[in-house]
Design a protein around this ligand. Structure first.
Ligand SMILES: [Zn+2]
Length: 594
């Protein structure tokens, strides 16, 4: 009746996600192999059909999958029919550990060291194979053990399941290279007892003999092979572990894992990310000083005195990073498999380092490429050559290592080079002139002043500054950079000559120039760089006669202009001496010299 229930459930073809996770497919994979060995693929198909199982054989052979107790029971029943062996379920149990000698569960069980130790841990081990059965060791000594098994709440113990348990318990000594144990079930839940009781017995003397060093070495070698198989899988997914931020964590983890694989007391990973870079040392189970000493010796291909070392190169197709070292104090032989294992971890470390180096390079390139991309999209939208130039100067410093960029265009009509755009200088010049606060004392502003005198009023408001001038200048520079703002110096003073020769700049022109700058009308005009002060001056401004934009040209006496300019530049420089500012701001000052 219960088998029929299992059949009907199976024909509904539950997906692997929906199926109850009651019996691990390590059981069914053994069933399929036994059935196949007696009657080939046809027998396997017959088994699945009789049991009403819709899973593919590949699903039932993958030990990570699970099926329901009903499905397992139906398969046992069908297995008895297909093979004609009434002890089919017991055979499956006997072969379970033998067939899965390389799995993690078997490796862990073997590491417990003896059959009685495995029996003592039967409660934990049973949970890996079945979630519907509770097992407990009542007694476990060399040569003999008593195990209790019962169905967990909500499940019923089945006779075929008891047979399988008997087989499984008899197969435990196989882990240690011993023959099958004898197992008797003295009480059984299916016969009305409160639980099933199994008495396990094996040859304790033979077990003691098998524990001799040579036997242990054979067992260890089998274990190493099993581990190296698993490691190939771990290596394939190494990429998941990597991010540039935690490369230290990942490399530390590799050293710790290597310690699991090669059972030496100390492990050292010594690598350089670049041939000229500092040697990085990650160690496990050894003090830093000693790790450094050992790594230095093995990197120089010297044999460290007093210790046995196993060394694997940390290298990829790209570069040689360093070495991974396992170390035993005193004299010890390493298994060849251990070198293979250590090499796998070393390759793992090289892969991590490759990725870290590549990520670092690509982060740098990404910034450059983003700048170029934003430039090309900006250029595509630019309407005039000046707009193209402006965008170009903004991007070049992000791609090329430079502070200042200028774009100049040959003007055929004017037969000269025309500056289209400049970057980098303007904010510093603005800061310089803001801090200088150049102005003039005019007649009448102060007692005793009868003609204009050059004057510097820090930040154009010296008496009102509570903080150091540099603070205000930095604030201005930051705002200009953030908003890409332009800063204009407007001449409201004398023009065409010194006081007494030239004339005061007309207020109407000043207003027109300010309006033009604010309205963006100066964006597409030509500029010249005034040589004495290094200021960029528009060659034309709507509504202002061109001669008012050429300071030197307006002076009849050019030599007098140059002398006055040099004199004023010197005053600027002298005034600026009292400020402590970065060199790039000081360098943005007037260039003229006496
Ligand atoms: Zn039983």
């Amino acid at each position: 009746m219960q088998a029929e229930a299992g059949t009907s459930e199976a024909t509904q073809a539950p997906s692997s996600e929906d199926a109850p996770r009651e019996i691990a497919c390590s059981m069914t994979s053994v069933m399929l192999r036994l059935v196949r060995s007696t009657g080939g693929e046809a027998a396997v198909a017959d088994l699945l059909q009789r049991a009403g199982i819709s899973h593919e054989p590949s699903y039932l052979e993958n030990i990570e999958n699970w099926i329901s107790l009903d499905q397992a029971t139906a398969m046992f029943r069908a297995g008895v029919d297909v093979t004609g062996d009434p002890m089919f379920a017991r055979r499956v149990g006997e072969n379970t550990l033998r067939q899965h000698a390389g799995t993690q569960v078997a490796t862990v069980l073997r590491s417990l060291g003896s059959t009685e130790a495995v029996l003592q841990a039967i409660a934990q081990s049973a949970a890996r194979l079945s979630s519907v059965t509770k097992m407990e060791a009542i007694e476990a000594v060399p040569g003999r053990g008593v195990v209790m098994a019962c169905a967990r709440e909500g499940f019923t113990r089945r006779r075929l399941h008891c047979d399988w348990t008997t087989g499984l318990l008899s197969g435990l000594p196989v882990l240690f290279g011993l023959p099958l144990a004898r197992v008797e079930e003295s009480e059984c839940q299916t016969r009305g007892a409160a639980q099933c009781m199994y008495t396990v017995s094996w040859d304790a003397e033979l077990a003691a003999a098998a524990a001799d060093p040579q036997q242990r070495v054979t067992a260890l070698e089998a274990q190493l092979v099993a581990m190296s198989e698993r490691l190939h899988g771990a290596y394939a997914t190494a990429g998941d572990l990597v991010s540039t931020d935690d490369i230290d964590t990942v490399l530390h983890r590799i050293v710790e894992r290597a310690a699991d694989a090669v059972r030496a007391p100390s492990h050292i990973l010594a690598v350089r990310t670049d041939p000229s870079a500092e040697l990085l040392i990650y160690s496990h189970g050894i003090d830093e000083g000693r790790a450094q000493q050992l790594a230095t010796a093995t990197l120089a291909h010297e044999t460290p005195v007093g210790d046995s070392t196993l060394v694997a190169d940390v290298a990829s197709a790209r570069r040689q990073y360093g070495q991974l070292i396992a170390c035993y104090p005193g004299s010890v032989e390493f298994f060849p498999q251990e070198h293979d294992l250590l090499s796998l971890y070393a390759k793992h470390a090289a892969a991590v380092l490759d990725m870290s180096v590549a990520l670092e390079q690509s982060t740098r390139r990404h910034a450059q490429v983003s700048s170029l991309l934003s430039l090309s999209s900006a250029v595509a939208q630019a309407g005039t050559s000046d707009e193209v130039a402006e965008r170009l100067v903004a991007v070049v410093p992000e791609v090329v290592d430079c502070d200042h960029t200028g774009v100049w265009l040959w003007d055929y009509l004017e037969q000269n080079l025309r500056s289209l755009a400049m970057s980098g200088r303007t904010p510093e010049q603005a800061q310089y002139h803001f801090m200088s606060g150049y102005t003039a004392k005019l007649a009448g502003t102060e007692t005793g002043v009868t003609e204009p005198q050059p004057n510097f009023s820090t930040c154009f408001g010296s008496p009102f500054l509570p903080l150091r001038p540099k603070v205000y200048a930095e604030m201005l520079g930051r705002r200009l950079q953030e908003h890409g703002a332009q800063c204009w110096l407007v001449n409201t003073g004398w023009f065409g000559g010194p006081y007494g020769v030239g004339a005061r700049m007309k207020l109407a022109y000043t207003r027109t120039m300010v309006s033009a700058a604010i309205a963006g009308e100066l964006k597409n005009v030509q500029f010249t760089v005034e040589p004495s002060f290094g200021l960029t001056i528009p060659k034309s401004c709507p509504g202002v006669p061109q001669e008012f934009l050429d300071a030197r040209g307006a002076w009849k006496d050019k030599a007098a202009y140059d002398k006055a300019a040099a004199d004023l530049a010197a005053r600027f420089a002298k005034n600026f001496e009292r400020f402590q500012v970065p060199e790039n701001i000081r360098a943005a000052g007037p260039k003229a010299q006496k």
